[in-house]
Ligand binder design. Structure first.
Ligand code: ATP
Length: 239
């Protein structure tokens, strides 16, 4: 029998009061993949990640991780199951140092941050190693994004949720960060990536889903999406 997807969203519906943000989306992420969730502002991408991390409860449908239902599981427990979230807008703790922020990412381990996990993060992001005592609020936008990803990795996730890592960053910094996400994936972490920067996301992803007003309108390999006329016009600025 074949293995279930690492993450599966089954006809997921999420509302904010009367606003239906997700109208029954189904998404699968298999072990080892990088899957991109694309779509315009307000399509429901952030809502999807927040539901997977246990910050929002679906109105109906399910979230399955390794084949088991996890919707309704509180967020701190979701982290312990192996899902870490680098949220939109980065949200590092500004008056804590780089090192303290990374330690916070390891709160699920009784013994605190593990040396080998810190070494891994500093290996991926040498810039953070150089700035380990600097207050996070004084880092550049790109460095704060690196810290947000590094902090998520400190929980040793099997699945990393990345919400718009390119937001507000210069193209060269975006390329660097995407290169590192590729390396993280090659080291064995599965990635679900939310992006408005579809071109960059699809160069990294194996497959992608396009969301429009809370529904999946396309599900294809990254290659197909990159060549699709509608995707090019709507999300790659080539209309
Ligand atoms: P963005 O890239 O702008 O974050 P998105 O695709 O991530 O867009 P969501 O943030 O998931 O979209 O929003 C989906 C829908 O839910 C939008 O219509 C949005 O206005 C609405 N929404 C999001 N958060 C809330 C909230 N806290 N209260 C009410 N409505 C919300």
């Amino acid at each position: 029998e074949s293995e279930p997807p690492l993450l599966e969203l089954d006809r997921l519906e999420v509302s904010y009061g009367a606003i239906r943000a997700l109208r029954g989306i189904s998404v699968a992420v298999r072990r080892g993949e990088v899957v991109a969730l694309l779509g315009a502002n307000g399509a429901g991408k952030t809502t999807t990640l927040r539901t997977v991390s246990g910050l929002l409860k679906p109105r109906s449908g399910g979230v399955l991780f390794r084949g088991e239902r996890i919707d309704g599981v509180p967020a701190h427990h979701v982290v312990a199951l192996g899902i870490a979230h680098a949220p939109e807008g980065r949200r590092v703790f500004p008056v804590m140092s780089v090192l303290e922020n990374l330690r916070m990412g390891a709160y699920r381990f009784r013994g605190g941050a593990r040396r080998e996990d810190l070494d891994r993060v500093f290996g991926l992001f040498p810039r953070l190693a150089e700035r380990r005592t600097q207050l996070a609020g004084t880092l550049s936008g790109g460095e704060q994004q690196m810290l947000a990803i590094g902090r998520a990795l400190m929980a040793r996730p099997e699945l990393l949720l990345l919400d718009e890592p390119s937001m507000g960053l210069a193209p060269m910094v975006v390329r660097q960060i995407f290169e590192i996400v590729r390396e993280i994936n090659q080291q064995g972490t599965t990635v679900l990536l939310v992006e408005q920067n579809a071109a960059q996301a699809l160069r990294l992803a194996t497959r992608g889903y396009v969301l429009e007003t809370g529904a999946v309108v396309m599900e294809e390999t990254a290659e197909v999406l990159l060549r699709d006329d509608r995707v090019r016009a709507a999300y790659l600025g080539e209309g």
